[in-house]
Design a protein around this ligand. Structure first.
Ligand code: ADP
Length: 355
């Protein structure tokens, strides 16, 4: 075998090894965009064969809504003779489309003439979903902030008019009280945003002290007891001491209790249990409200996630559970939920008993 032949075979083997070991889908197309090679990831992802996808057969994998744009972009890239990126959805073997970012690069010979094109596609579905959630979040956050601000503005205008026209009016304390409620809502939202940003930047510091857990849980329920629409039953250990950040644990319990109220508008019962095993203490908050469907449960503790039941006008940034789970994780504990749509939910968290 001549030296040149050996060199070509070695190059071909090297090319195959590199392309097969890539974490991405990869293929080559000729100057007419006809495919003549795919790596194994292509076959694994599409569930199709070389015969089915060679030549122009790969088009069946592209989402019909993306195909025309992809063809046009692909043509432009080929004409420009420069590498570039395209975003399209590829159909997986189970029929699900996932967004992929494809890089097309020309392979040139010694005379700088393009011989063929090599494409590599990275699955960017999760990134796309996160981007979408972030975009939605900006909309939701501005709406959520605007509502209490608008009501505050109206209340302050009314107060201003009344203090001028009728300074001893009995309405003044009532209006001031309502303004305070709107203000508290605003502070709550801003605190969620500040905590979220602290977590993202790894700046959520814990100031741990020993405290009585049941006393703290009781304090957290005070505002709900006052609304007298919900009845909280407290079960379990009353004397357990834990070593944790009191303010942060307060925040977690308040979040769980507020959710139990918010997502159970038609049932008054809430049961809070404090339990322990050899190593951990466990706090559970049970409501008898709308519950959560099985497919949504795995996402509950994700940032920005809101299950958004169609029959409930819920408000919130979808950050509360994410922040709570991070706080518990930072304490070395765990957080979870047991729920069934229509049958209420039990949110729980654990904290280690030892300091
Ligand atoms: P939000 O501020 O939107 O309430 P959370 O992070 O506290 O944010 O909750 C995320 C989502 O989880 C909520 O939008 C809601 O759909 C769902 N959820 C939380 N708690 C409950 C509950 N007790 N019952 C039913 N759904 C709940």
């Amino acid at each position: 075998m001549s030296f040149l032949c050996k060199a070509l075979i070695n190059n071909e083997n090297r090319f195959q090894t590199i392309v097969q070991s890539l974490p991405q889908i990869a293929w080559t197309i000729n100057l007419e965009a006809e495919a003549d090679f795919f790596n194994q990831r292509w076959y694994d992802y599409t569930g199709l064969t070389f015969e089915q996808t060679k030549g122009w057969g790969w088009q069946q994998v592209i989402h019909p809504d993306d195909l025309q744009k992809a063809m046009e972009t692909c043509k432009k890239i080929r004409e420009s003779a420069e590498g570039a990126d395209i975003e399209t959805r590829y159909k997986r073997a189970d029929g699900v489309y996932r967004w992929h970012l494809t890089r097309l690069e020309p392979i040139k010979d010694e005379q700088n003439e393009i011989q063929y094109w090599i494409g590599s596609s990275t699955d960017v579905e999760e990134l796309k979903q996160l981007q979408q959630l972030k975009d939605d979040f900006v909309g939701i956050a501005s709406h959520e902030l605007k509502t209490p601000i608008t009501s505050l503005k109206a209340l302050l205008q009314l107060l201003q008019q009344l203090t001028r026209s009728d300074p001893s009016s009995k309405k003044i304390p009532m209006l001031a009280n309502t303004a305070n409620i709107s203000m508290d809502k605003l502070i709550e939202l801003l605190e969620d945003l500040i905590n979220f940003s602290k977590i993202q930047n790894g700046q959520l510091a814990l100031k741990k002290v020993w405290f009585n857990l049941s006393k703290l849980v009781n304090e957290c329920c005070e505002h709900v007891r006052l609304d007298s629409l919900h009845h909280i039953t407290f079960v379990g250990r009353k004397k357990l001491m834990v070593f944790a950040d009191r303010g942060r644990i307060d925040q977690v319990v308040v979040n769980l209790v507020n959710n139990a109220v918010k997502y159970a508008p038609n049932s008054e019962k809430i049961i809070i249990t404090i339990d322990k095993d050899a190593n951990n203490v466990k706090v559970s908050v049970r409501d008898f409200g709308i519950g959560i469907s099985a497919e949504k449960i795995p996402h509950l503790f994700d940032r920005y996630f809101r299950a958004e039941p169609s029959d409930l006008q819920s408000t919130g940034l979808g950050l509360g559970l994410y922040i709570s789970a991070e706080i518990i994780k930072r304490h070395g504990g765990e957080m979870g939920v047991k729920s069934k749509l229509g049958n209420g939910s039990t949110f729980w968290f654990t904290l280690p008993l030892s300091a």
